[in-house]
Ligand binder design. Structure first.
Ligand SMILES: Nc1ncnc2c1ncn2[C@@H]1O[C@H](COP(=O)(O)OP(=O)(O)OP(=O)(O)O)[C@@H](O)[C@H]1O
Length: 591
Protein backbone atom coordinates (compact mmCIF):
# COMPACT_ATOMS: atom_id res chain seq x y z
CA UNK A 1 0.00 0.00 0.00
CA UNK A 2 1.82 3.07 -1.16
CA UNK A 3 1.35 6.07 -3.37
CA UNK A 4 1.36 3.93 -6.52
CA UNK A 5 -2.27 3.59 -5.45
CA UNK A 6 -2.86 6.89 -7.14
CA UNK A 7 -3.17 5.14 -10.49
CA UNK A 8 -5.98 2.99 -9.14
CA UNK A 9 -7.71 5.69 -7.16
CA UNK A 10 -7.72 8.52 -9.68
CA UNK A 11 -8.09 8.46 -13.45
CA UNK A 12 -5.83 10.47 -15.77
CA UNK A 13 -8.54 13.15 -16.07
CA UNK A 14 -8.80 13.30 -12.29
CA UNK A 15 -5.07 13.88 -12.01
CA UNK A 16 -5.25 16.58 -14.65
CA UNK A 17 -7.96 18.27 -12.54
CA UNK A 18 -5.90 17.93 -9.36
CA UNK A 19 -2.85 19.41 -11.13
CA UNK A 20 -4.87 22.26 -12.61
CA UNK A 21 -6.40 23.29 -9.30
CA UNK A 22 -3.30 22.32 -7.29
CA UNK A 23 -1.74 25.59 -8.44
CA UNK A 24 -4.00 27.46 -6.01
CA UNK A 25 -2.11 25.72 -3.20
CA UNK A 26 1.28 26.93 -4.45
CA UNK A 27 1.19 30.38 -2.76
CA UNK A 28 0.16 28.70 0.51
CA UNK A 29 2.63 25.82 0.29
CA UNK A 30 4.22 26.90 3.59
CA UNK A 31 1.18 25.43 5.37
CA UNK A 32 1.31 22.27 3.29
CA UNK A 33 4.99 21.84 4.16
CA UNK A 34 4.22 22.20 7.89
CA UNK A 35 1.45 19.64 7.50
CA UNK A 36 3.68 17.27 5.52
CA UNK A 37 6.52 17.62 8.00
CA UNK A 38 4.18 16.62 10.84
CA UNK A 39 3.26 13.31 9.16
CA UNK A 40 6.60 11.44 9.67
CA UNK A 41 6.82 12.80 13.22
CA UNK A 42 3.38 11.48 14.21
CA UNK A 43 4.03 8.21 12.35
CA UNK A 44 7.34 7.66 14.14
CA UNK A 45 5.71 8.66 17.44
CA UNK A 46 3.00 6.03 16.90
CA UNK A 47 5.56 3.27 16.31
CA UNK A 48 7.69 4.34 19.30
CA UNK A 49 4.53 4.08 21.42
CA UNK A 50 3.88 0.54 20.17
CA UNK A 51 7.49 -0.44 20.87
CA UNK A 52 7.14 1.01 24.39
CA UNK A 53 4.00 -1.07 24.99
CA UNK A 54 5.86 -4.25 24.01
CA UNK A 55 8.71 -3.32 26.38
CA UNK A 56 6.28 -2.47 29.21
CA UNK A 57 4.40 -5.78 28.87
CA UNK A 58 7.32 -8.18 28.33
CA UNK A 59 10.11 -6.55 30.38
CA UNK A 60 8.26 -4.82 33.20
CA UNK A 61 4.70 -6.07 33.77
CA UNK A 62 5.43 -9.78 33.29
CA UNK A 63 8.67 -9.48 35.37
CA UNK A 64 7.11 -7.24 38.06
CA UNK A 65 9.71 -4.45 37.55
CA UNK A 66 7.75 -1.51 39.00
CA UNK A 67 10.57 1.09 38.68
CA UNK A 68 11.06 0.28 34.98
CA UNK A 69 7.28 0.27 34.49
CA UNK A 70 7.04 3.81 35.91
CA UNK A 71 9.93 5.10 33.78
CA UNK A 72 8.64 3.62 30.52
CA UNK A 73 5.07 4.72 31.24
CA UNK A 74 6.34 8.30 31.80
CA UNK A 75 8.28 8.19 28.50
CA UNK A 76 5.16 6.86 26.76
CA UNK A 77 3.19 9.79 28.27
CA UNK A 78 5.67 12.34 26.86
CA UNK A 79 5.61 10.69 23.40
CA UNK A 80 1.81 10.72 23.53
CA UNK A 81 1.68 14.48 24.26
CA UNK A 82 4.22 15.31 21.50
CA UNK A 83 2.22 13.18 19.06
CA UNK A 84 -0.99 14.90 20.05
CA UNK A 85 0.56 18.35 19.46
CA UNK A 86 1.94 17.43 16.03
CA UNK A 87 -1.37 15.81 15.07
CA UNK A 88 -3.08 19.12 15.88
CA UNK A 89 -0.50 21.04 13.86
CA UNK A 90 -1.04 18.65 10.93
CA UNK A 91 -4.82 19.20 10.91
CA UNK A 92 -4.60 22.95 11.47
CA UNK A 93 -2.07 23.60 8.72
CA UNK A 94 -3.80 21.56 6.01
CA UNK A 95 -7.15 23.17 6.81
CA UNK A 96 -5.45 26.56 6.63
CA UNK A 97 -3.85 25.75 3.23
CA UNK A 98 -7.19 24.42 1.92
CA UNK A 99 -9.13 27.45 3.17
CA UNK A 100 -6.70 29.95 1.67
CA UNK A 101 -6.49 28.11 -1.66
CA UNK A 102 -10.28 27.91 -2.02
CA UNK A 103 -10.64 31.61 -1.12
CA UNK A 104 -8.22 32.45 -3.95
CA UNK A 105 -10.04 30.09 -6.30
CA UNK A 106 -13.41 31.65 -5.51
CA UNK A 107 -12.02 35.16 -5.97
CA UNK A 108 -10.45 34.34 -9.32
CA UNK A 109 -13.53 32.53 -10.61
CA UNK A 110 -15.89 35.31 -9.57
CA UNK A 111 -13.52 37.76 -11.31
CA UNK A 112 -13.77 35.62 -14.45
CA UNK A 113 -17.54 35.29 -14.22
CA UNK A 114 -17.77 39.10 -14.27
CA UNK A 115 -16.25 38.91 -17.75
CA UNK A 116 -18.21 35.98 -19.16
CA UNK A 117 -19.99 36.94 -22.38
CA UNK A 118 -23.75 37.61 -22.12
CA UNK A 119 -24.33 34.45 -24.15
CA UNK A 120 -23.07 32.42 -21.20
CA UNK A 121 -25.73 33.93 -18.92
CA UNK A 122 -28.38 33.42 -21.62
CA UNK A 123 -27.61 29.70 -21.67
CA UNK A 124 -26.85 29.00 -18.01
CA UNK A 125 -29.34 29.83 -15.28
CA UNK A 126 -27.79 32.16 -12.70
CA UNK A 127 -28.46 29.62 -9.95
CA UNK A 128 -26.14 27.05 -11.60
CA UNK A 129 -23.24 29.53 -11.58
CA UNK A 130 -24.19 30.51 -8.05
CA UNK A 131 -24.06 26.95 -6.79
CA UNK A 132 -20.69 26.41 -8.51
CA UNK A 133 -19.27 29.42 -6.73
CA UNK A 134 -20.81 28.51 -3.36
CA UNK A 135 -21.72 24.90 -2.57
CA UNK A 136 -19.17 23.31 -4.95
CA UNK A 137 -16.46 25.55 -3.51
CA UNK A 138 -17.61 24.66 -0.01
CA UNK A 139 -17.33 21.00 -0.83
CA UNK A 140 -13.73 21.50 -1.90
CA UNK A 141 -12.87 23.48 1.22
CA UNK A 142 -14.25 20.67 3.32
CA UNK A 143 -12.78 17.79 1.47
CA UNK A 144 -10.04 18.46 -1.01
CA UNK A 145 -7.14 19.26 1.31
CA UNK A 146 -8.14 16.71 3.92
CA UNK A 147 -8.79 14.07 1.25
CA UNK A 148 -5.56 14.35 -0.72
CA UNK A 149 -3.31 15.08 2.27
CA UNK A 150 -5.11 12.52 4.39
CA UNK A 151 -4.51 9.93 1.70
CA UNK A 152 -0.82 10.77 1.67
CA UNK A 153 -0.58 10.74 5.46
CA UNK A 154 -2.43 7.43 5.69
CA UNK A 155 -0.22 5.91 2.96
CA UNK A 156 2.89 6.83 4.94
CA UNK A 157 1.39 5.54 8.20
CA UNK A 158 0.25 2.30 6.60
CA UNK A 159 3.65 1.73 5.06
CA UNK A 160 5.49 2.39 8.33
CA UNK A 161 3.12 0.16 10.33
CA UNK A 162 3.40 -2.61 7.71
CA UNK A 163 7.19 -2.58 8.06
CA UNK A 164 6.82 -2.68 11.83
CA UNK A 165 4.48 -5.69 11.56
CA UNK A 166 7.02 -7.55 9.40
CA UNK A 167 9.72 -6.66 11.94
CA UNK A 168 7.54 -8.01 14.76
CA UNK A 169 6.62 -11.27 13.05
CA UNK A 170 6.70 -11.93 9.32
CA UNK A 171 4.52 -15.07 9.45
CA UNK A 172 1.68 -13.16 11.08
CA UNK A 173 2.20 -10.37 8.52
CA UNK A 174 1.60 -12.90 5.73
CA UNK A 175 -1.81 -13.67 7.25
CA UNK A 176 -2.61 -9.95 7.05
CA UNK A 177 -1.26 -9.64 3.50
CA UNK A 178 -4.02 -11.99 2.25
CA UNK A 179 -6.65 -9.26 2.77
CA UNK A 180 -4.80 -6.48 0.88
CA UNK A 181 -5.87 -7.53 -2.66
CA UNK A 182 -9.46 -7.94 -1.40
CA UNK A 183 -9.47 -4.34 -0.12
CA UNK A 184 -7.95 -3.03 -3.34
CA UNK A 185 -10.51 -4.83 -5.49
CA UNK A 186 -13.40 -3.46 -3.40
CA UNK A 187 -12.10 0.10 -3.68
CA UNK A 188 -11.53 -0.23 -7.42
CA UNK A 189 -15.01 -1.61 -7.95
CA UNK A 190 -16.88 1.00 -5.90
CA UNK A 191 -14.79 4.08 -6.74
CA UNK A 192 -16.44 4.75 -10.12
CA UNK A 193 -19.93 4.18 -8.74
CA UNK A 194 -19.31 6.61 -5.87
CA UNK A 195 -18.05 9.27 -8.28
CA UNK A 196 -21.04 8.85 -10.58
CA UNK A 197 -23.44 9.14 -7.67
CA UNK A 198 -21.69 12.30 -6.46
CA UNK A 199 -21.81 13.82 -9.93
CA UNK A 200 -25.55 13.17 -10.06
CA UNK A 201 -26.05 14.60 -6.61
CA UNK A 202 -24.06 17.79 -7.38
CA UNK A 203 -25.88 18.32 -10.69
CA UNK A 204 -29.29 17.91 -9.10
CA UNK A 205 -28.30 20.21 -6.23
CA UNK A 206 -27.25 22.88 -8.74
CA UNK A 207 -30.55 22.47 -10.63
CA UNK A 208 -32.63 22.73 -7.50
CA UNK A 209 -30.60 25.78 -6.35
CA UNK A 210 -31.14 27.40 -9.76
CA UNK A 211 -34.87 26.84 -9.57
CA UNK A 212 -35.00 28.05 -5.98
CA UNK A 213 -33.19 31.23 -6.94
CA UNK A 214 -35.45 31.80 -9.95
CA UNK A 215 -38.65 31.30 -7.98
CA UNK A 216 -37.54 33.51 -5.10
CA UNK A 217 -36.69 36.19 -7.64
CA UNK A 218 -40.11 35.82 -9.28
CA UNK A 219 -41.98 35.27 -6.00
CA UNK A 220 -44.30 38.25 -6.49
CA UNK A 221 -45.36 37.00 -9.92
CA UNK A 222 -45.87 33.48 -8.54
CA UNK A 223 -48.07 34.78 -5.72
CA UNK A 224 -50.01 37.31 -7.80
CA UNK A 225 -50.90 34.65 -10.37
CA UNK A 226 -51.69 32.01 -7.72
CA UNK A 227 -49.02 29.73 -9.17
CA UNK A 228 -47.68 28.65 -5.79
CA UNK A 229 -48.88 25.05 -6.13
CA UNK A 230 -47.09 24.54 -9.49
CA UNK A 231 -43.95 26.23 -8.20
CA UNK A 232 -44.00 24.01 -5.12
CA UNK A 233 -44.47 20.83 -7.17
CA UNK A 234 -41.63 21.77 -9.51
CA UNK A 235 -39.29 22.48 -6.62
CA UNK A 236 -40.36 19.30 -4.88
CA UNK A 237 -39.41 17.35 -8.02
CA UNK A 238 -35.90 18.86 -8.06
CA UNK A 239 -35.59 18.31 -4.33
CA UNK A 240 -36.56 14.62 -4.65
CA UNK A 241 -34.05 14.12 -7.47
CA UNK A 242 -31.36 15.57 -5.22
CA UNK A 243 -32.40 13.41 -2.25
CA UNK A 244 -32.37 10.26 -4.44
CA UNK A 245 -28.92 11.02 -5.82
CA UNK A 246 -27.68 11.82 -2.33
CA UNK A 247 -29.15 8.59 -1.03
CA UNK A 248 -27.46 6.58 -3.78
CA UNK A 249 -24.07 8.06 -2.96
CA UNK A 250 -24.64 7.33 0.75
CA UNK A 251 -25.43 3.69 -0.03
CA UNK A 252 -22.15 3.21 -1.99
CA UNK A 253 -20.26 5.16 0.62
CA UNK A 254 -21.67 2.98 3.41
CA UNK A 255 -21.09 -0.22 1.41
CA UNK A 256 -17.43 0.64 0.85
CA UNK A 257 -16.90 1.40 4.51
CA UNK A 258 -18.66 -1.72 5.79
CA UNK A 259 -16.98 -4.11 3.33
CA UNK A 260 -13.54 -2.82 4.28
CA UNK A 261 -14.52 -2.95 7.95
CA UNK A 262 -15.63 -6.57 7.50
CA UNK A 263 -12.41 -7.59 5.71
CA UNK A 264 -10.20 -5.96 8.36
CA UNK A 265 -12.17 -7.64 11.18
CA UNK A 266 -11.69 -11.05 9.54
CA UNK A 267 -7.95 -10.34 9.25
CA UNK A 268 -7.75 -9.45 12.96
CA UNK A 269 -9.63 -12.64 13.88
CA UNK A 270 -7.19 -14.70 11.75
CA UNK A 271 -4.21 -13.10 13.51
CA UNK A 272 -5.66 -13.78 16.96
CA UNK A 273 -6.42 -17.40 16.06
CA UNK A 274 -3.06 -18.12 14.41
CA UNK A 275 -1.04 -15.90 16.79
CA UNK A 276 -2.54 -17.43 19.97
CA UNK A 277 -1.55 -20.90 18.79
CA UNK A 278 2.01 -19.72 18.24
CA UNK A 279 2.22 -18.10 21.70
CA UNK A 280 0.98 -21.39 23.04
CA UNK A 281 3.89 -23.09 21.32
CA UNK A 282 6.14 -20.40 22.89
CA UNK A 283 7.33 -19.21 19.44
CA UNK A 284 7.19 -15.64 20.75
CA UNK A 285 6.08 -13.59 23.75
CA UNK A 286 2.61 -12.42 24.74
CA UNK A 287 3.94 -8.82 24.52
CA UNK A 288 4.69 -9.32 20.83
CA UNK A 289 1.18 -10.71 20.21
CA UNK A 290 -0.48 -7.82 22.08
CA UNK A 291 1.58 -5.26 20.19
CA UNK A 292 0.97 -7.11 16.90
CA UNK A 293 -2.80 -6.96 17.41
CA UNK A 294 -2.59 -3.32 18.54
CA UNK A 295 -0.44 -2.46 15.51
CA UNK A 296 -2.88 -4.29 13.29
CA UNK A 297 -5.71 -2.23 14.80
CA UNK A 298 -3.68 0.92 14.11
CA UNK A 299 -2.90 -0.25 10.59
CA UNK A 300 -6.57 -0.78 9.85
CA UNK A 301 -7.49 2.72 11.01
CA UNK A 302 -5.80 4.34 7.96
CA UNK A 303 -7.04 1.48 5.77
CA UNK A 304 -10.61 2.21 6.84
CA UNK A 305 -9.92 5.89 6.44
CA UNK A 306 -8.87 5.17 2.86
CA UNK A 307 -12.45 4.26 2.23
CA UNK A 308 -13.63 7.56 3.66
CA UNK A 309 -10.93 9.51 1.88
CA UNK A 310 -11.83 7.96 -1.44
CA UNK A 311 -15.38 9.17 -0.92
CA UNK A 312 -14.08 12.57 0.15
CA UNK A 313 -11.79 12.83 -2.84
CA UNK A 314 -14.50 11.71 -5.25
CA UNK A 315 -16.81 14.36 -3.80
CA UNK A 316 -14.12 17.02 -4.22
CA UNK A 317 -13.31 15.85 -7.75
CA UNK A 318 -16.94 15.98 -8.72
CA UNK A 319 -17.13 19.55 -7.37
CA UNK A 320 -13.90 20.41 -9.21
CA UNK A 321 -15.40 19.05 -12.43
CA UNK A 322 -18.29 21.49 -12.02
CA UNK A 323 -16.03 24.39 -11.16
CA UNK A 324 -13.86 23.54 -14.14
CA UNK A 325 -16.79 24.52 -16.37
CA UNK A 326 -16.36 28.07 -15.04
CA UNK A 327 -12.57 27.92 -15.31
CA UNK A 328 -12.81 26.81 -18.96
CA UNK A 329 -15.42 29.37 -19.96
CA UNK A 330 -13.86 31.99 -22.18
CA UNK A 331 -13.92 35.53 -20.85
CA UNK A 332 -14.14 38.76 -22.76
CA UNK A 333 -10.88 40.64 -22.84
CA UNK A 334 -11.69 43.91 -21.10
CA UNK A 335 -8.16 45.24 -20.90
CA UNK A 336 -6.49 47.38 -23.49
CA UNK A 337 -4.48 44.92 -25.56
CA UNK A 338 -0.78 45.67 -25.87
CA UNK A 339 0.08 47.02 -29.30
CA UNK A 340 -3.56 47.66 -30.16
CA UNK A 341 -2.79 51.28 -30.95
CA UNK A 342 -5.14 52.48 -28.22
CA UNK A 343 -2.44 53.37 -25.71
CA UNK A 344 -2.75 51.97 -22.23
CA UNK A 345 -5.78 53.85 -20.97
CA UNK A 346 -9.48 53.00 -20.86
CA UNK A 347 -10.39 56.63 -21.64
CA UNK A 348 -13.46 56.96 -23.90
CA UNK A 349 -12.86 57.35 -27.63
CA UNK A 350 -13.39 60.82 -29.08
CA UNK A 351 -16.37 59.72 -31.14
CA UNK A 352 -16.46 60.90 -34.76
CA UNK A 353 -18.54 58.32 -36.57
CA UNK A 354 -20.19 54.93 -36.14
CA UNK A 355 -20.83 52.87 -39.24
CA UNK A 356 -23.01 49.76 -39.54
CA UNK A 357 -22.05 48.20 -42.85
CA UNK A 358 -24.24 45.30 -44.08
CA UNK A 359 -24.52 43.83 -40.58
CA UNK A 360 -26.28 40.49 -40.14
CA UNK A 361 -26.64 38.60 -36.88
CA UNK A 362 -28.14 35.48 -35.38
CA UNK A 363 -28.33 34.70 -31.65
CA UNK A 364 -27.39 31.07 -32.21
CA UNK A 365 -25.36 29.19 -34.81
CA UNK A 366 -28.38 27.49 -36.32
CA UNK A 367 -30.92 30.19 -35.56
CA UNK A 368 -32.46 32.62 -38.06
CA UNK A 369 -30.86 35.98 -38.82
CA UNK A 370 -32.54 38.59 -36.60
CA UNK A 371 -30.60 41.35 -38.40
CA UNK A 372 -30.20 41.26 -42.18
CA UNK A 373 -27.78 43.56 -44.02
CA UNK A 374 -28.35 46.53 -41.72
CA UNK A 375 -26.43 49.65 -42.81
CA UNK A 376 -26.43 53.21 -41.41
CA UNK A 377 -24.00 55.91 -40.27
CA UNK A 378 -24.19 57.93 -37.05
CA UNK A 379 -22.00 61.05 -36.85
CA UNK A 380 -20.91 63.00 -33.80
CA UNK A 381 -23.77 65.09 -32.38
CA UNK A 382 -26.43 63.25 -34.43
CA UNK A 383 -29.55 61.61 -32.98
CA UNK A 384 -30.85 58.40 -34.54
CA UNK A 385 -34.15 56.79 -33.54
CA UNK A 386 -34.95 53.15 -34.22
CA UNK A 387 -38.65 52.50 -34.70
CA UNK A 388 -40.61 49.44 -35.79
CA UNK A 389 -42.75 46.60 -34.56
CA UNK A 390 -41.87 44.39 -31.62
CA UNK A 391 -39.19 41.77 -32.30
CA UNK A 392 -37.96 43.59 -35.42
CA UNK A 393 -34.35 43.76 -34.17
CA UNK A 394 -34.05 47.25 -32.65
CA UNK A 395 -32.60 46.18 -29.29
CA UNK A 396 -30.29 43.73 -31.07
CA UNK A 397 -28.61 46.67 -32.85
CA UNK A 398 -27.97 48.26 -29.44
CA UNK A 399 -26.66 44.98 -28.02
CA UNK A 400 -24.17 44.61 -30.88
CA UNK A 401 -23.02 48.20 -30.49
CA UNK A 402 -22.35 47.74 -26.77
CA UNK A 403 -20.63 44.44 -27.57
CA UNK A 404 -23.08 42.64 -25.33
CA UNK A 405 -23.14 40.12 -28.17
CA UNK A 406 -20.40 39.43 -30.68
CA UNK A 407 -20.29 37.23 -33.77
CA UNK A 408 -21.96 39.62 -36.22
CA UNK A 409 -21.29 39.42 -39.95
CA UNK A 410 -20.50 42.52 -41.98
CA UNK A 411 -18.76 45.42 -40.29
CA UNK A 412 -19.39 47.77 -37.35
CA UNK A 413 -16.79 50.53 -37.18
CA UNK A 414 -16.18 53.29 -34.63
CA UNK A 415 -13.97 56.05 -36.10
CA UNK A 416 -12.99 53.60 -38.85
CA UNK A 417 -11.86 50.84 -36.43
CA UNK A 418 -13.70 47.51 -36.37
CA UNK A 419 -15.68 47.24 -33.13
CA UNK A 420 -14.28 43.81 -32.25
CA UNK A 421 -10.73 45.22 -32.38
CA UNK A 422 -11.46 47.96 -29.84
CA UNK A 423 -10.77 46.93 -26.22
CA UNK A 424 -14.00 46.18 -24.39
CA UNK A 425 -13.35 48.63 -21.54
CA UNK A 426 -12.84 51.42 -24.08
CA UNK A 427 -16.08 50.55 -25.88
CA UNK A 428 -18.03 50.43 -22.59
CA UNK A 429 -16.52 53.75 -21.43
CA UNK A 430 -17.35 55.41 -24.77
CA UNK A 431 -20.95 54.20 -24.81
CA UNK A 432 -23.60 54.37 -22.09
CA UNK A 433 -26.72 52.28 -22.26
CA UNK A 434 -29.99 53.40 -20.72
CA UNK A 435 -31.81 50.10 -20.55
CA UNK A 436 -35.51 49.27 -20.62
CA UNK A 437 -35.12 46.92 -17.70
CA UNK A 438 -32.92 48.85 -15.39
CA UNK A 439 -31.31 46.81 -12.68
CA UNK A 440 -31.12 48.55 -9.32
CA UNK A 441 -28.75 47.19 -6.70
CA UNK A 442 -29.66 46.85 -3.06
CA UNK A 443 -27.40 49.82 -2.24
CA UNK A 444 -27.55 53.61 -1.95
CA UNK A 445 -28.95 55.92 -4.62
CA UNK A 446 -25.42 57.32 -5.01
CA UNK A 447 -23.94 53.87 -5.66
CA UNK A 448 -26.71 53.03 -8.12
CA UNK A 449 -25.82 56.12 -10.17
CA UNK A 450 -22.01 55.90 -9.99
CA UNK A 451 -21.68 52.09 -9.75
CA UNK A 452 -18.23 52.68 -8.30
CA UNK A 453 -16.78 53.52 -11.74
CA UNK A 454 -13.67 55.70 -11.87
CA UNK A 455 -14.45 59.42 -12.14
CA UNK A 456 -17.89 59.06 -10.57
CA UNK A 457 -17.41 60.70 -7.17
CA UNK A 458 -20.22 62.39 -5.14
CA UNK A 459 -19.86 65.62 -7.13
CA UNK A 460 -20.26 63.89 -10.53
CA UNK A 461 -23.15 61.79 -9.17
CA UNK A 462 -25.09 64.86 -7.98
CA UNK A 463 -24.38 66.72 -11.19
CA UNK A 464 -25.64 63.80 -13.27
CA UNK A 465 -28.80 63.58 -11.14
CA UNK A 466 -29.40 67.32 -11.60
CA UNK A 467 -28.87 67.07 -15.36
CA UNK A 468 -31.66 64.51 -15.76
CA UNK A 469 -34.00 66.16 -13.16
CA UNK A 470 -33.60 63.20 -10.78
CA UNK A 471 -32.34 65.50 -7.99
CA UNK A 472 -35.91 66.66 -7.36
CA UNK A 473 -37.10 63.35 -5.95
CA UNK A 474 -33.71 62.26 -4.53
CA UNK A 475 -33.55 65.39 -2.33
CA UNK A 476 -36.85 64.30 -0.76
CA UNK A 477 -35.70 60.80 0.12
CA UNK A 478 -34.58 60.19 3.72
CA UNK A 479 -30.78 60.30 3.54
CA UNK A 480 -30.98 61.66 -0.07
CA UNK A 481 -28.09 60.07 -2.03
CA UNK A 482 -27.47 57.69 0.90
CA UNK A 483 -31.02 56.35 0.75
CA UNK A 484 -30.87 52.56 0.33
CA UNK A 485 -32.79 51.17 -2.61
CA UNK A 486 -34.37 47.81 -1.86
CA UNK A 487 -34.08 44.73 -4.04
CA UNK A 488 -34.45 45.88 -7.62
CA UNK A 489 -36.08 49.18 -6.74
CA UNK A 490 -39.05 47.95 -4.72
CA UNK A 491 -39.13 51.13 -2.57
CA UNK A 492 -39.06 53.68 -5.42
CA UNK A 493 -41.36 54.14 -8.39
CA UNK A 494 -40.73 52.83 -11.93
CA UNK A 495 -40.30 56.37 -13.24
CA UNK A 496 -37.85 57.27 -10.48
CA UNK A 497 -35.92 54.11 -11.36
CA UNK A 498 -35.74 55.31 -14.97
CA UNK A 499 -34.47 58.73 -13.91
CA UNK A 500 -31.75 56.99 -11.87
CA UNK A 501 -30.85 54.97 -14.96
CA UNK A 502 -30.59 58.22 -16.98
CA UNK A 503 -28.30 59.69 -14.30
CA UNK A 504 -26.24 56.48 -14.38
CA UNK A 505 -25.75 56.78 -18.14
CA UNK A 506 -24.88 60.50 -18.00
CA UNK A 507 -22.54 60.09 -15.04
CA UNK A 508 -20.01 58.07 -17.02
CA UNK A 509 -19.30 61.08 -19.25
CA UNK A 510 -19.46 58.77 -22.24
CA UNK A 511 -19.54 60.05 -25.80
CA UNK A 512 -22.55 58.10 -27.05
CA UNK A 513 -25.80 57.56 -25.21
CA UNK A 514 -27.86 54.56 -26.16
CA UNK A 515 -31.44 54.75 -25.04
CA UNK A 516 -33.68 51.71 -24.97
CA UNK A 517 -36.81 53.63 -24.12
CA UNK A 518 -39.14 51.96 -21.65
CA UNK A 519 -42.79 51.66 -22.58
CA UNK A 520 -44.07 51.25 -19.03
CA UNK A 521 -46.52 53.89 -17.93
CA UNK A 522 -45.40 56.31 -15.24
CA UNK A 523 -47.28 59.11 -13.47
CA UNK A 524 -47.70 62.31 -15.47
CA UNK A 525 -45.29 64.41 -13.40
CA UNK A 526 -42.50 61.84 -13.66
CA UNK A 527 -43.33 61.39 -17.37
CA UNK A 528 -42.89 65.14 -17.79
CA UNK A 529 -39.44 65.01 -16.17
CA UNK A 530 -38.47 61.90 -18.14
CA UNK A 531 -39.36 63.68 -21.38
CA UNK A 532 -37.46 66.78 -20.33
CA UNK A 533 -34.43 64.66 -19.40
CA UNK A 534 -34.51 62.86 -22.75
CA UNK A 535 -34.82 66.18 -24.62
CA UNK A 536 -31.85 67.55 -22.69
CA UNK A 537 -29.75 64.45 -23.39
CA UNK A 538 -30.78 64.59 -27.08
CA UNK A 539 -29.77 68.24 -27.28
CA UNK A 540 -26.32 67.71 -25.80
CA UNK A 541 -25.11 64.25 -26.80
CA UNK A 542 -24.76 61.84 -29.66
CA UNK A 543 -27.69 59.47 -29.20
CA UNK A 544 -29.08 56.31 -30.70
CA UNK A 545 -32.45 55.37 -29.30
CA UNK A 546 -35.07 52.67 -29.52
CA UNK A 547 -37.87 55.17 -29.19
CA UNK A 548 -41.49 54.67 -28.28
CA UNK A 549 -42.47 58.25 -27.42
CA UNK A 550 -43.39 60.34 -30.44
CA UNK A 551 -41.56 63.29 -28.87
CA UNK A 552 -38.32 61.30 -28.73
CA UNK A 553 -38.70 60.12 -32.31
CA UNK A 554 -39.49 63.59 -33.65
CA UNK A 555 -36.40 65.03 -32.00
CA UNK A 556 -34.15 62.68 -34.00
CA UNK A 557 -32.15 63.65 -37.07
CA UNK A 558 -32.65 60.26 -38.65
CA UNK A 559 -35.33 57.63 -38.08
CA UNK A 560 -34.70 54.02 -39.09
CA UNK A 561 -37.85 51.96 -39.40
CA UNK A 562 -37.27 48.25 -38.91
CA UNK A 563 -39.21 45.17 -39.79
CA UNK A 564 -38.09 41.55 -39.58
CA UNK A 565 -34.44 42.48 -39.03
CA UNK A 566 -34.29 44.90 -41.98
CA UNK A 567 -34.39 48.67 -42.31
CA UNK A 568 -37.42 49.24 -44.49
CA UNK A 569 -37.66 53.04 -44.29
CA UNK A 570 -35.25 55.82 -43.34
CA UNK A 571 -35.44 59.63 -43.13
CA UNK A 572 -36.59 62.50 -40.91
CA UNK A 573 -40.03 62.57 -39.30
CA UNK A 574 -41.42 64.89 -42.00
CA UNK A 575 -39.91 62.87 -44.87
CA UNK A 576 -41.30 59.61 -43.52
CA UNK A 577 -44.75 61.08 -42.91
CA UNK A 578 -44.76 62.34 -46.49
CA UNK A 579 -43.77 58.86 -47.67
CA UNK A 580 -46.97 57.52 -46.10
CA UNK A 581 -45.51 54.07 -45.42
CA UNK A 582 -45.03 51.94 -42.32
CA UNK A 583 -43.75 54.86 -40.21
CA UNK A 584 -46.73 57.05 -41.03
CA UNK A 585 -48.94 54.15 -39.90
CA UNK A 586 -47.00 53.77 -36.62
CA UNK A 587 -47.30 57.49 -35.90
CA UNK A 588 -51.06 57.33 -36.45
CA UNK A 589 -51.17 54.59 -33.75
CA UNK A 590 -49.10 56.76 -31.36
CA UNK A 591 -51.23 59.91 -31.61
N1 LIG B 1 -31.06 36.48 -26.22
C1 LIG B 1 -31.73 36.12 -27.29
N2 LIG B 1 -31.60 34.86 -27.77
C2 LIG B 1 -32.28 34.46 -28.86
N3 LIG B 1 -33.11 35.25 -29.56
C3 LIG B 1 -33.30 36.51 -29.15
C4 LIG B 1 -32.62 37.01 -27.99
N4 LIG B 1 -33.00 38.29 -27.81
C5 LIG B 1 -33.85 38.58 -28.82
N5 LIG B 1 -34.04 37.52 -29.62
C6 LIG B 1 -34.86 37.46 -30.83
O1 LIG B 1 -34.34 38.39 -31.76
C7 LIG B 1 -35.37 39.07 -32.44
C8 LIG B 1 -35.17 40.58 -32.31
O2 LIG B 1 -35.29 40.93 -30.95
P1 LIG B 1 -35.07 42.41 -30.43
O3 LIG B 1 -35.06 42.33 -28.95
O4 LIG B 1 -33.89 43.00 -31.10
O5 LIG B 1 -36.39 43.11 -30.93
P2 LIG B 1 -36.94 44.58 -30.67
O6 LIG B 1 -37.22 45.15 -32.03
O7 LIG B 1 -36.00 45.33 -29.81
O8 LIG B 1 -38.28 44.27 -29.90
P3 LIG B 1 -39.03 45.13 -28.74
O9 LIG B 1 -39.49 46.40 -29.37
O10 LIG B 1 -40.16 44.24 -28.37
O11 LIG B 1 -38.05 45.32 -27.63
C9 LIG B 1 -36.68 38.59 -31.82
O12 LIG B 1 -37.23 37.64 -32.71
C10 LIG B 1 -36.28 37.92 -30.54
O13 LIG B 1 -37.11 36.83 -30.25
Amino acid sequence: MNFAWKNKLLSAEDWALVKKFGRYFVPHRKWLYISLASIPITTAGGIVLLWLVEKIVDDHILTGDIAGLKLYTAIAGVVLVVNFLFDGLYSYSFSKAGGLAVTDMRRELFGRSLRFPMKYYDRNPIGITLSRLTSDMESITESFASGILGLLADSIRTLALSFYLVYLNWQLSLVVAIVVPLIMLTIRYLRKKIRKAFDESRTSLARSAAYLQESLYGMKTIQLYAATETAFRKYDGFNKQYADAQNKSNVYDGALYSIIDGITSVATALVIWYGAAQVWDLDYTIGVLIVFITTLGRLFIPVRQFAQQITTIQRALSALDHINVLARQEVEEAEVAAGSGFGDSDEPLELEEIVFDKVSFSYSDKGPDVLKNVSFTLRKGQRIALAGSTGSGKSTILRLLTRTYTGYRGSIRINGVELRDIPLNKVRNTISLMQQDIYLFNDTVGFNIGLGRTGTGPHEIEEAARFVFADRFIEQLPGKYDFTIQDNGDNISKGQGQLISFARAICGNSRLIILDEATSAVDSITEYYIQKAIEKIFASRTVIAVAHRLSTIRNSDLILVMENGEIIERGSHEELIRMGGKYAGLVKELV
